[in-house]
Design a binder for this molecule. Structure first.
Ligand code: ATP
Ligand code: MG
Length: 479
């Protein structure tokens, strides 16, 4: 790798000497050119003595074909931006701040070296850190919030060019704000690091274009020069998937414990309920329909039947743990659900349509349970939609992702943002006569099939539930 250095000071001289002295394993770095306006600059003099190309004007670098990397060591942002503008596409450029970071890493590793083995370990460790730095989003930020350097990963995510970013304020570029971050959801880690001279870690919460929460873990490390903080290295990582997985596990745990509790309670209640029901019916049979108590006994019977229905739902909910999986045609299951729910939809004057892909492979699922899950979703959709509205059930298969999607959507009332996180909780209902068990049962069934269920909803604009069955769904389970 041929390197050209802009700024022929002592750091340039040290760089030439270090490269001369060490054997590098994978890359073969070589300083081939140095630019400095001062002819007596020590790095420039060392380069001249070695017979390297030297110049007063770094613009001469851009005509050469033998340069792979330009290192800017003057610390002047305007020069670095000028290099970025003029350099050939394949030539890489490193700013003074980045060079400083790698110099620090190298310095620490030399300080720590004692034995050859220790040196190997230290090198491996720093190599890992650098690799990590490359995969994560990294910025070098000065004490005045200006971005001094940024890595390609973050640039790609922002969709910006390096030269649009260098020298700009970090909060303008990453948050499109006029002021530094603050508040509970966006504490500024840079301020903490500047004040304490210590690393700091925090989490930022943002909303994506669909209003879904995304979480960033942000860490800052101080850059010190003679004891003063001159800026910080900021490393950020999208941890949304980790957080969602944690939430899903908590939900599963919660459902499992409620399931156990419900099974016990429902079982205990079922027997006395049967006694109440049969006794009320027997007494009623003996009474004259004109008797004032006849109607009251009817109320006892119907209310007890309602309790029995709740208990049956509870038992369904608690019993979800043993699906009997076989190869099944999901389209066929959906068609059967449509037959069962079409009447209710027609009764409310709703259009019920389906679009079932014909390339769907068989799924390894419990027919009865999946039928129950889809009916629960369809009934909810019917209940949430006013006359004239429509609902649809679609299936699609992605050969590439090896996933079958079942999508149930409606044009109904939608779900309030505040309620979205609660709808899968047992007993959460917004309906006068609802039990709040339909979605809890559905969620449990879907989990038992190693599938996932997601909801997308906007108040007034309808709701879409998407179930994703991975093709391997359940096949490898010891069930
Ligand atoms: N398609 C939908 N559109 C709007 N809101 C919905 C939809 N599906 C579910 N919800 C909301 O989620 C809540 C919970 O649904 P869930 O099916 O668990 O219980 P429920 O329908 O209220 O009672 P039940 O136990 O009889 O099913 C509902 O009360 C409703 O507020
Ligand atoms: Mg329901």
């Amino acid at each position: 790798m041929n390197i050209a250095v802009v700024g022929g000071g002592t750091r340039c001289k040290r760089l030439i000497d270090v490269i001369d002295r060490h054997a590098f394993e994978e890359i073969d770095p070589r300083v081939v050119a140095v630019a400095d306006t001062k002819e007596d600059a020590p790095g420039l003099a060392r380069a001249k003595a070695k017979g390297l190309f030297v110049t007063r004007d770094y613009n001469d670098f851009f005509n050469r074909d033998d340069i792979d990397l330009i290192i800017e060591l003057t610390g002047n942002m305007d020069i670095y931006n000028d290099i970025l503008d003029k350099k050939k596409k394949h030539v890489r450029a490193i700013s003074d701040a980045t060079a400083q970071l790698f110099y620090e890493i190298a310095r620490i590793s030399t300080l720590q070296k004692k034995t050859d083995q220790e040196l190997q370990e230290t090198r491996a460790r720093y190599k890992a850190i650098i690799n990590e730095l490359i995969q994560e989003d990294v910025m070098v930020i000065a004490y005045d919030y200006r971005i001094m350097d940024i890595n390609d990963s973050l640039l790609n995510k922002l969709g910006l060019r390096r030269r649009d970013v260098i020298g700009q304020y970090c909060y303008e570029i990453t948050h499109r704000q006029d002021l530094p971050c603050s508040g509970k959801n966006h504490p500024c880690p840079l301020i903490q690091t500047m004040n304490t001279k210590k690393p700091f870690q925090t989490t930022h919460t943002h909303l994506d274009k669909d209003n879904k929460k995304i979480y960033y873990s942000i860490s800052t490390y101080p850059m010190l020069e003679e004891g003063d903080v001159i800026g910080a290295i900021e490393i950020s990582r999208d941890i949304t998937q980790d957080i969602n997985m944690q939430k899903a596990m908590m939900q599963q745990e919660k459902l499992a414990s409620i399931g156990r509790l419900s099974a016990g309670v429902a079982h205990e209640i079922n027997n006395p309920l049967t006694t109440i029901l049969t006794t009320a019916m027997l007494i009623q049979e003996d009474l004259d329909p004109e008797d004032p108590n006849f109607e009251e006994l009817g109320t006892i019977t119907s209310e007890t039947l309602r309790c029995r229905k709740i208990v049956t739902s509870l038992l369904d909910f608690a019993r979800q743990s043993n699906p009997v999986k076989k190869e099944n045609d999901i389209n066929k299951i959906i068609k059967e659900c449509l037959v069962l729910t079409r009447k209710q939809a027609a009764f409310k004057d709703l259009t019920l349509t389906s679009e079932l892909a014909d390339n769907i492979p068989p799924l390894y699922i419990d027919k009865g349970q999946i039928e129950q899950a889809i009916i629960n979703l369809t009934l909810n959709a019917i209940e949430a939609t006013d006359a004239g509205g429509s609902l649809s059930i679609c299936t699609t298969y992605s050969r590439y992702r090896q996933v079958v999607d079942v999508v149930v959507s409606d044009t109904g009332s939608g779900i309030r943002e505040n309620d979205l996180g609660k709808i899968f909780d047992p007993f959460f209902t917004t309906k006068e006569s609802g039990n709040g068990l339909g979605l809890a049962i559905t969620h449990g069934i879907i989990e038992q099939h190693n599938a996932t269920i997601d909801v997308f909803s906007k108040p007034g604009r309808g709701t879409t539930f998407t179930i994703k069955f991975p093709l391997s769904s359940g096949k490898n389970d010891a069930d």
